[in-house]
Design a binder for this molecule. Structure first.
Ligand code: ADP
Ligand code: MG
Length: 256
C-alpha cells in the first residue's frame, strides 16, 4: 500500500502510526483538502512543503484534531479520529505540536509552561512534572531560563521551550508547523538542531517547513502540496534531484 517502502531506512520500517485515507475537508464551500492519502510509519520523518495556502497547516492540524474533516478516515496510533466520540483527548496526549508563533502562555514562567499540561491532563504531581520539565529544558539547552517569562527570551529560545513543553507529554508523534518561519535568521539553526536531535532519537515527525537543507538531511520523505492535494512525494534525493510535476519544479525554483 505504501509505494515508498523500498526507500525507507531501518528506523522507519515500523507499522503505520498515522493513516489518512481519502480525506476531504471543506471550510464552508471551499475545499481545502482533496483526496489526501497518507501513511506514516513509526520513526519516519516527513517534511511537508508547498505554496502558501496549499493546505499544509490544515493537513497537520487534522492529525491532532485541531480541525475536523468531512470525509475520509484518519487513524493515529490506532485511534480513529473520524469515528467521533471522546478520541480528542487521547490523541492530543500522543501528538505534540509546535507552531510558528510558539504559543507559549505569556503569564506563566518557562517551567510553568512545561508543567501545566502534565499536571492537568496526566495528573502528575508538581514535583514530578518539574523534574521532567527540567530534563527537557536541559535537552533543548536552556535549563537556566526556567524561571523567566516567555517575553524575556529570544525567539529561538521560546521555540525551544515550545518543543520542550511538547516533549513533557511524552508524545509519540511531533508535528511542526513552520517552526522557524517567525525566527530571525541567526536563531533558525538552534531550533533546527533541536529538531535534528529529536529525529536522531527516533521520534516520528511531520514538519511543515521550507528549510530544504533540513529536508535533505533529515527527511525520509518529502511531500509537496498544492491546492489541497499531495501532488508529489519521495525521498529527498529524488524529490529535489528529479522533481516530476511542473508545479514542484516551479516551487523549487522559487525557494532554492
Ligand atoms: P498553508 O499552511 O499551506 O499556507 P492553510 O492550511 O493554512 O495553508 O490554508 C489553506 C487554505 O484554507 C487557504 O486558502 C486558507 O485561506 C484557507 N483557510 C485556512 N483556515 C481557514 C479557516 N479557518 N476558515 C476558512 N478558510 C481557511
Ligand atoms: Mg501554514
Amino acid at each position: 500500500m505504501e509505494e515508498v517502502n523500498v526507500h525507507l531506512p531501518d528506523h522507519a520500517l515500523g507499522e503505520p502510526i498515522i493513516r489518512l485515507e481519502g480525506v476531504n475537508k471543506f471550510y464552508g464551500q471551499f475545499q481545502v483538502l482533496t483526496g489526501i492519502d497518507l501513511s506514516v510509519r513509526a520513526g519516519e520523518r516527513i517534511v511537508v512543503c508547498g505554496p502558501s495556502g496549499s493546505g499544509k497547516s490544515t493537513l497537520i492540524r487534522c492529525i491532532n484534531r485541531l480541525e475536523v474533516v468531512q470525509q475520509g478516515k484518519i487513524v493515529v496510533d490506532g485511534i480513529d479520529l473520524t469515528a467521533g466520540g471522546k478520541n480528542v483527548d487521547a490523541v492530543r496526549a500522543e501528538v505534540g505540536m509546535v507552531f510558528q508563533q510558539f504559543n507559549l502562555f505569556p503569564h506563566l514562567t518557562i517551567l510553568q509552561n512545561c508543567t501545566l499540561a502534565p499536571m492537568r491532563s496526566r495528573g502528575m504531581s508538581k514535583e514530578q512534572a518539574e523534574d521532567i520539565a527540567m530534563k527537557y529544558l536541559k535537552r533543548v539547552r536552556i535549563p537556566e531560563q526556567a524561571n523567566k517569562f516567555p517575553s524575556q527570551l529570544s525567539g529561538g529560545q521560546q521555540q525551544r521551550v515550545a518543543i520542550a513543553r511538547a516533549l513533557c507529554m511524552s508524545p509519540k508523534i511531533m508535528l511542526f508547523d513552520e517552526p522557524t518561519s517567525a525566527l530571525d535568521p541567526e536563531m533558525v539553526k538552534e531550533v533546527l538542531d533541536t529538531m535534528i536531535s529529536l529525529a536522531e532519537d527516533g521520534m516520528t515527525m511531520l514538519c511543515v517547513t521550507h528549510e530544504m537543507g533540513f529536508a535533505r538531511s533529515v527527511a525520509d520523505r518529502v511531500i509537496f502540496m498544492a491546492d489541497g492535494r499531495i501532488v508529489e512525494q519521495g525521498p529527498p534525493q529524488e524529490f529535489f534531484g528529479a522533481p516530476k510535476h511542473e508545479k514542484l519544479r516551479q516551487f523549487l525554483g522559487q525557494i532554492l
